[in-house]
Design a protein around this ligand. Structure first.
Ligand code: HAM
Length: 420
């Protein structure tokens, strides 16, 4: 072991387990690619102000968890704690919203950073696949995104997840509710931290998990009773579209989410096998974010699904993904001449699209066959001096153990036929 270890709250993805992460990213992105979402990639860091304005000064993400730093040149930057603000910033910068084709639908996959207290399912470096639909106010778009997430989880075989749905209202009705809630909360027996929270982010107090707080929250004004007619109708339509699509959800009027930009639809995907870090994904509508970061009004909606937690959810349900073996053919040369000849065969196989690997480092037959076994290859090609003198290589079926000679000149064709 070296003297260095991965930093606290991080871990490495290493074969063979890393293949599962790639498969999860593919499974989440497949329904998006199939639904008009284009791939976007943005930098791992941004101007810190993008997040403080976009995600919100009062959120834990910005006030406690952001990796913010000043560069040698004096720029104030932050490692991205989430993707939505960056994607919207990039779309505005490239004027995608002016191309006359709204909504702009984008998907992304990458690393995100939050200085959180690490525990199982909660890391300081984690990975998300996300989707944003920018510039349209249409309940079908909110429904589309929830349906696609549901489809992604199901394609992985997940069953023990639930979809929580709420509406946070808009800039008309939410302030009225906020006032009413603050009035109620100010009358409770709460610690100083929570009292401060009442003034900056009262909705988050509803999320407080402590029983002594929850007890006092009975009878608190609920947002659903304050939603304006437009928000109510919008929410009702999202719900109807989900029901028509056969996607089950639960109304959760306490679902607030940890980012300030949400309006109207908010949703979370929770998995019941994960303990306290049960949110495998989350998202919602953010109709005001564009204006908050200096753009025009662009009502938008999106989500991000956590890759790390989705992998944990697969483990919790005992799901083994069917990952194809990475190597189909493994070459075992015995001697110098065979090494050169089989290396040529392997190169040819690879160029023909066959996944092939080679025994490097001059191993003997026993060690090389062990490597062939470990590789998961369906066939091994073995050749020594005598085989080459006869113009053949031995083709060994790694499942049955049967071995038969094939002409060296036909080896690639013969292998491709057997694999087909
Ligand atoms: P979020 O709920 O903060 O939303 O994160 C989405 C998902 O990322 C979570 O449900 C979780 O699976 C994963 N995640 C977050 N923090 C961690 C962590 N410390 N360790 C492991 N996994 C984590 C957003 O990020 C929004 N940008 C989603 C969105 C997109 N809303 C609209 N568009």
């Amino acid at each position: 072991m070296s003297t260095f270890q991965a930093p606290k709250g991080t871990y490495d993805l290493i074969p063979p387990a890393s293949a599962k992460y790639l498969a999860v990213r593919d499974a989440i992105s497949a329904p998006l690619k199939n639904s008009g979402y284009g791939y976007i990639e943005t930098p791992g860091f941004e101007n810190v102000e993008l997040f403080s304005r976009g995600v919100g000064e009062s959120t834990d993400i910005v006030s406690k968890e952001m990796y913010a730093f000043e560069t040698k040149g004096g720029d104030k930057l932050a490692l991205r704690p989430e993707g939505t603000a960056s994607v919207l910033r990039a779309a505005l910068e490239a004027n995608l919203h002016k191309a006359g084709n709204l909504p702009v639908k984008l998907w992304y996959s990458g690393s995100y950073y939050r200085y959180e207290r690490p525990q199982k399912g909660r890391y300081r470096h984690f990975s998300q696949v996300g989707a944003e639909a920018i510039g349209a106010e249409d309940p079908a778009l909110d429904a589309e995104l929830i349906i696609l997430a549901d489809q992604a989880y199901r394609s992985l075989g997940l069953r023990q997840f639930r979809i929580l749905l709420n509406s946070l209202g808009d800039k008309e009705c939410r302030p009225v509710y906020r006032d009413a809630l603050q009035g109620f909360l100010r009358g409770l027996e709460l610690d100083d931290d929570t009292r401060r929270r009442i003034e900056i982010n009262p909705l988050r107090v509803l999320d407080d998990k402590r029983p002594e707080v929850q007890k006092q929250l009975v009878g608190a004004p609920m947002l659903r009773d304050y939603l304006c007619d437009a928000c109510k109708a919008y929410h009702e339509e999202v719900r109807e579209l989900l029901t028509a699509a056969g996607v089950a959800y639960e109304d959760d009027e306490k679902l607030v989410r940890g980012l300030d930009y949400y309006t109207r639809s908010t949703f979370e995907f929770v998995h019941d096998g994960l303990g306290s870090q049960s949110a495998v994904g989350g998202g919602g509508r953010y109709d005001g974010l564009s204006e908050m970061i200096g753009g025009p009004a662009l009502p938008s909606v999106g989500w991000a699904l956590g890759v790390d937690r989705t992998v944990l959810a697969l483990e919790a349900e005992g799901i083994e993904l069917e990952l194809p073996a990475t190597t189909s053919v493994f070459a075992v040369p015995l001697g110098e001449e065979a090494r050169r000849v089989l290396f040529g065969v392997v190169t040819e196989l690879r160029r023909a699209g066959v996944a092939a690997d080679f025994s490097y480092g001059g191993k003997g037959l026993k060690g090389a066959m062990k490597s062939a076994n470990r590789s998961g290859a369906r066939y091994a090609i073995v050749a020594g001096e005598r085989d080459l003198a006869e113009g053949v290589v031995q083709l060994k079926d790694m499942e049955s153990g049967d071995q038969s000679p094939v002409a060296l000149a036909d080896a690639v064709t013969a292998i491709r036929e057997r694999l087909a």
